[in-house]
Each structure stands twice: as structure tokens, then as C-alpha cells.
Write a new protein. Structure first.
Length: 106
């Protein structure tokens, strides 16, 4: 029970990534564009929700990404984990764009 309460009392953490595949500004790995703990993390999450950006929860991935500097590309060791999140975001965004009857069948 002590472990559960320690986890529950941990401050909120968040990292925002930017990825632009292809194009003049694109290519390369996703970059960290915002990160923080506590009130800063809450603001990052609120801003994402305000603009309809899907918010994915992964404590382990966030902990690893918090070690990076702003505007730093993610290291190759995190490519697979971040690719899975980007695939999830892609599915979430396209699910929103589908008519309700089609979204339910996916």
C-alpha cells in the first residue's frame, strides 16, 4: 500500500513531442518541444487537450524523455516506443475524422 500511495502522490509529468515526416521542415527523429513536472506538466496536458491533441500515458517513456533537453531529437533507443505512440496518435486522429458508424466498426 505504501508503494501505491507513493505513486499516487508523485507529481504529474509530461513531455510534448513534435514530428514532421518528410517535407522541408521534416525528416529525422521526433523532438522534445516541451517537458516538465507538476504545474508545468499540467499546463502541457491542458494545452494539448485544448487543441485536440491526443494525450498518451506512459510513465516509463515520459521518465526517459524527461532526461532530454528541449529541441533534442529522441535517441535511437527510444524509436520503437515513440513510434508506437505516434501510431496510436495517428489512429486516434483518424478515428475522430471518420463518421461515427465507421469509427465504431474499427
Amino acid at each position: 500500500m505504501a508503494l501505491d500511495s507513493a505513486i499516487a502522490n508523485r507529481p504529474v509529468q509530461a513531455v510534448a513531442l513534435h514530428y514532421a515526416p518528410g517535407g522541408a521542415a521534416g525528416g529525422g527523429a521526433p523532438k522534445v518541444v516541451a517537458s516538465g513536472r507538476g504545474l508545468i506538466a499540467e499546463a502541457i496536458i491542458a494545452r494539448a487537450k485544448e487543441f485536440g491533441v491526443p494525450v498518451h500515458e506512459s510513465r516509463e517513456l515520459v521518465a526517459a524523455l524527461l532526461e532530454l533537453d528541449l529541441d533534442q531529437s529522441i535517441p535511437p533507443a527510444l524509436y520503437i516506443a515513440v513510434a508506437e505512440v505516434l501510431a496510436w496518435v495517428y489512429r486516434m486522429e483518424h478515428r475522430k475524422a471518420l463518421p461515427a458508424s465507421e469509427a465504431l466498426n474499427r
